[in-house]
Design a protein around this ligand. Structure first.
Ligand code: AMP
Length: 379
């Protein structure tokens, strides 16, 4: 089905064309009509499926077809687990809404930066607000914001929000919203906690599943290198140099590990930067910008920091260590092979991680092909 048949206004279709999209992704062709029709939606979708546009486009369509109240109360609220994801969703709202008249005002608020400028900006009112839960509550408590006119609520990456301990904040936010509203929930995985939240939150939702739970996109080539723990840095350096990889996202399990690896790569003359929770927002933003522009070849990240990073056509993801939870493996490699492009996910696995590797393989239902590089093989 082409974009033109989904029921979106021509202003939005123009923005879609400008973004270079020719056909809707599966989640878009299912979610957009359902959201336009006013249904609650429960979508099983990981990053890379086009899920952001699948809720942003119909929200903008709905809001632009009803007149604003003069004081511009928040009418659509999008909650995300991380600052990076909030910023990216906010950018999508601006991008897709760029041709709308009258203009839709949108803003993004998250923690880790000063609250006062956010309070000032919100004074003029905002139609679509993207927020992380903690900062949103702070702003509500300081009366910078009212949520009693919210018509549409989105929980994006709901599983990650619960993993990060946001359930109490989410419940507090829900209590501030009007009872009658449309709810959209996106999650890559469905734990018991998520199922409970969806049962409380959603009314007769349209259920959309674009990839089987915990399956990995088949455009991602996965590979394991068995290697001694102490040789991982040398192997990674070798792989980046000999394959001439230009844009690599590397996951480490600790912040310290991310810093150490970044230093070593820079010493080996591979430009690298780390992003993790101990880095300031400014440092994270500039690392990400440098990576997107190609000035930084290797971005080293912890799971939380990397969550939701959207870099179109990210070709290589490396697990420097396997994640503690197998479902994080699926999240991690979902950074590559986006929207139909091919990507490669490489895991450097030492003998201590063989058990974790078996669990990952059990979860994805496949054995991951394993290779050795001469001189770096595990003993
Ligand atoms: P998301 O899953 O929302 O993080 O989107 C993943 C990537 O796919 C983003 O870089 C989008 O710009 C891109 N994208 C979204 N929709 C489409 C589409 N219909 N065709 C091609 N690319 C898309």
């Amino acid at each position: 089905m082409p974009f033109t048949q989904l029921g979106l206004s021509s202003a939005l279709l123009n923005a879609v064309t400008e973004a270079g999209y020719t056909t809707p992704s599966p989640i878009q062709s299912q979610a957009i009509p359902a959201i336009l029709a006013g249904h609650d939606v429960l979508a099983a979708a990981q990053t890379g499926t086009g899920k952001t546009a699948s809720f942003t486009l119909p929200i903008l369509h709905k809001l632009s077809h009803i007149h604003h109240e003069r004081n511009r109360p928040v009418r659509a609220l999008i909650l995300t687990p991380t600052r990076e994801l909030a910023a990216q969703v906010g950018e999508s709202v601006v991008k897709y809404g760029s041709h709308l008249h009258p203009r839709i005002k949108s803003d993004v608020v998250f923690g880790g930066v000063k609250i006062n400028p956010q309070m000032m900006r919100l004074r003029g009112g905002v139609d679509v607000l993207t927020a992380t839960p903690g900062r949103l509550l702070d702003l509500c408590q300081q009366n910078a914001l009212k949520l009693d006119k919210v018509e549409i609520l989105v929980l994006d990456e709901a599983d990650r929000m619960l993993d990060m301990g946001f359930i109490k904040d989410i419940r507090r936010i829900l209590a501030l919203l009007p009872k009658k509203r449309q709810n959209l929930l996106f999650s890559a995985t469905f734990s018991a906690d998520i199922r409970k939240l969806t049962a409380d939150l959603l009314h007769s939702p349209v259920k959309i599943e674009v990839a089987p739970e915990n399956a990995t996109a088949d455009t991602i080539e996965q590979l394991v290198y068995k290697v001694n723990k102490g040789a991982k840095t040398a192997l990674l350096t070798h792989l980046v140099k000999t394959n001439n990889w230009q844009q690599v996202l590397v996951f480490t399990s600790t912040k310290h590990g991310a810093n150490k690896l970044t230093e070593k790569l820079n010493t080996a003359e591979i430009s690298a930067a780390a992003i993790h929770g101990n880095k300031s927002q400014g440092a994270r933003t500039s690392a990400l910008a440098g990576f997107k522009q190609g000035n930084i070849r290797v971005l080293v990240a912890t799971d939380v920091a990397a969550r939701g990073i959207d870099i179109a056509l990210l070709p290589h993801v490396v697990n420097f260590e396997l994640p503690r939870s197998s479902s994080d493996y699926v999240h991690r490699i979902g950074r590559t092979g986006r929207a139909g492009q091919n990507g490669q996910a490489v895991s450097l696995v030492c003998s201590e991680e063989y058990q974790a590797l078996r669990l990952v393989e059990k979860l994805i239902g496949n054995k991951i092909p394993s290779q050795e590089v001469s001189g770096f093989a595990a003993l």
